[in-house]
Design a protein around this ligand. Structure first.
Ligand code: FE2
Ligand code: FE2
Length: 360
């Protein structure tokens, strides 16, 4: 398979990135049975492993001027003057690069999740959490693999965007074990679910929709893991300690809402940056994305008990407090069912092919 290294449209500042760590690796001698909920999740994690190499037919082609087959309004600059005056061919190039940029963020973010899950295995004191996080670690490796395969078909890749790097850096650098959960399982997974969901639900290209549906099937377990672990932990902290976490959450929410502007992409394509950033901020699809982002995050924050004045006032100000009422379980059930529908569709198609071959 092609190396992504050859596909980068921009430099990656070296071939590795190191984040300083300062925490203890913790053993646990109890080997007790663990919490029922956590062990149930571990059992599910083991049982629901899948292999991107066999569950997905990688021979499926991408579209030519619109690889994912996304609606035109999903391109955040589709109404920007610089885009409107382009030829069809130039527009196709912008679409492909935007999609590859986004997919690159998925792949890079999945590597972040891989490292965070491994950090949880090492650092968290509870044995049942270590067990579950071990299944998540392999999940995240498979996700990196799946996105890498898909990205290779695009033939172009982008480095991790600065705001995502900042978020992951902050999450990893923190030496308190719960911050890895908060940053990764709640914030970044929430961001990921919102972004993957748009492709899963709008892409006409089956390959792209399918990859995202399958990844989301796993991600809903990961969010459930964060909820279980943190819900047990936060009530034992002091209000001051919880306030610190609430401040971190608010900052992260502002960063995700306002700073994912893809500047480096517009720059690489030689487009007017300010015009594009402005168009992106105002785009209706981005508005939908932000809504879906808060739908995924706000109810979890409430559920884990980080619901003091700091966060409530902050969310009120952002106009997102009402998302706290979202039924998270229903969303997670959906994520699982949609992935199963993709499997069923694949089986149907196979049956049609088999019948046609038999008739021949
Ligand atoms: Fe993942
Ligand atoms: Fe995940």
């Amino acid at each position: 398979m092609t190396s992504v290294k050859q596909l980068y449209a921009l430099g990656t500042e070296g071939s590795t990135w190191s984040v300083k760590q300062d925490f203890d690796a913790v053993f646990n001698w109890d080997y007790d049975d663990g919490r029922v909920g956590m062990m149930g999740l571990y059992a599910k994690g083991k049982e629901m492993q899948w292999d991107a190499a066999t569950r997905i037919d990688w021979d499926q082609e991408l579209g030519e001027n619109n690889p994912e087959g996304m609606p035109e309004e999903s391109l955040p600059i589709h109404m920007a003057p610089c885009y409107l005056k382009m030829s069809e061919k130039e527009k196709g190039r912008v679409r492909s690069h935007f999609q590859a940029w986004q997919l690159s963020q998925f792949m890079q973010g999945e590597q972040g999740a891989l490292i965070c899950a491994a950090k949880i295995v090492t650092q968290v004191p509870d044995a049942d959490s270590k067990f579950y996080a071990a299944t998540q670690t392999i999940d995240e490796a498979r996700h990196v693999e799946a996105y890498k395969r898909l990205l290779t078909k695009f033939g172009v890749a982008y480095p991790m965007t600065k705001p995502l790097k900042e978020l992951i850096d902050q999450t990893l650098r923190d030496s308190r074990w719960d911050m890895t959960y908060l940053g990764m399982q709640v914030v970044i997974e929430g961001l990921a679910l919102a972004a993957f969901g748009q492709i899963r639900d709008y892409a006409q290209n089956q390959l792209c929709a399918q990859v995202n549906a399958y990844v989301m099937q796993d991600e809903s377990r990961h969010v459930a893991f964060g909820r279980l672990a943190l819900r047990d932990y936060y009530p034992h902290l002091t209000q001051k300690e919880r306030d610190e976490r609430e401040e971190f959450l608010l900052e992260a929410c502002y960063l995700m809402r306002d700073r994912f502007d893809a500047v480096e992409l517009w720059q690489n394509l030689g487009l007017p940056i300010e015009e594009c950033a402005q168009a992106m901020y105002e785009s209706g699809f981005m508005e939908k994305f932000r809504n879906s982002l808060f739908t995924r995050i706000v109810p979890i924050v409430k559920d884990i008990g980080l619901w003091g004045d700091t966060i409530r006032n902050g969310y009120q100000e952002m106009g997102v407090i009402d998302y706290a009422k979202t039924d998270v379980q229903a969303l997670q059930d959906d994520d699982e069912n949609i992935a199963k529908q993709f499997d069923a569709r694949r089986r149907d198609i196979q049956r049609v092919i088999d019948r046609a071959q038999a008739a021949e």
